[in-house]
Write a protein that binds this ligand. Structure first.
Ligand code: FES
Length: 313
């Protein structure tokens, strides 16, 4: 009987959607590295899942071909006459490794190489700082003995001396004494969290006790102050108490704070973070730390969802 039209042709596998899922996963990783770690984690999960399904699909096709050729050999096909052995062997080799399998493998390999070239450096830059214990991004404000216990000091310093005065910042620092044998400091950023104007202490500055020193954070100045009325913003009247909590005006949260460290008896400031509200005061204050938010941005409550994603600081 004549084979009907279409019979005898190799059955081509249907087009697979796994590569598209794989590509979406890679895009999620790259976007997540910029926007947020959870998005990068979801991207990594999608990439692994769809990558696995894609590889399984591709290898299943060659496994099917292998299974199709094996029974013939197992059923004891007649011996191949001498001289025809090499030709048969070549044909078998070309059956076992057809061009489509080669192209699939080459595409996968090339995709893996390109993916590695793109993602490995990005992941390296993102993850390496976690393993590098350097203090380069800390601002050295000098010996902690310059900060009298219970007194606020208006401190100015350079976040990045190599970039110059444009990186000069101001912090209100109070030595809270010790808690559990560890030094405690309140370190408030002077940036108003309404629209970013510089706030000022609501009380006198003691310029006659000003300390000027050179440290790794450039020219550092320390001026003791008595902000009995907290801190105020001249732009729109925002007011904060001595813990940085908003007491009046348009700001939507407490003043941002600096992380601090004690290095060989010296006070060093690290990154800034945001705070919704401080409960308590001084060394016993309870502070929930949030990723640094932009001016006017809520960091807690339902309002936080109405703000667009902030770029990483
Ligand atoms: S910028 Fe400070 S109250 Fe508006």
């Amino acid at each position: 009987m004549e084979p009907q039209q279409g019979q005898g042709k190799p059955h081509l596998p249907p087009p697979s959607l796994w590569p598209i899922g794989f590509a979406i996963g890679v895009v999620c990783i790259l976007v997540g590295l910029v926007v947020s770690w959870p998005a990068a984690a979801v991207g990594a999960g999608l990439t692994v899942l769809f990558g696995f399904l894609w590889v399984r699909d591709v290898t299943a096709a060659s496994r099917r071909r292998d299974l199709a050729t094996e029974p013939a050999a197992a059923e004891g096909a007649p011996p191949i006459p001498a001289g025809e052995g090499e030709a048969a062997s070549a044909a078998e080799t070309s059956d076992r490794f057809p061009r489509s399998t080669f192209l699939e493998g080459a595409t996968l390999g090339l995709g893996a190489v390109i993916g590695g070239i793109v993602t490995v450096p990005i992941l390296g830059f993102a993850i390496a700082p976690v393993f590098q214990h350097t203090h380069h991004d800390e601002a050295d404000l000098g010996p902690i003995t310059n900060f009298k216990e219970g007194e606020f000091v208006v401190s100015t310093f350079l976040v990045d001396p190599s970039e110059g005065e444009i990186t000069r910042r101001t912090a209100y620092i109070r030595n809270n004494g010790f808690i559990l044998n560890k030094p405690s400091f309140t370190v408030l950023s002077n940036r108003c969290v309404h629209l970013g104007c510089p706030t000022q202490p609501n009380g006198p500055l003691f310029e006659n006790r000003k300390i000027e020193q050179k440290t790794a954070a450039g020219d550092v100045t320390l001026i003791p102050a008595l902000p009995a009325g907290g801190f105020g913003c001249p732009c729109h009247g925002g007011q904060y108490d001595q813990e940085g909590n908003r007491t009046a005006g348009p700001p939507v949260r407490a003043l941002d704070r600096y992380e601090f460290y004690i290095r060989n008896g010296r006070l060093a400031l690290g990154k800034t973070y945001s705070v919704a509200e401080v409960i308590g005061a001084g060394a016993s204050a309870r502070i929930k730390k949030y990723r640094l938010a932009g001016p006017g941005q809520h960091v807690d409550g339902p309002e936080q969802w109405f703000y667009p994603l902030q770029p990483p600081s």
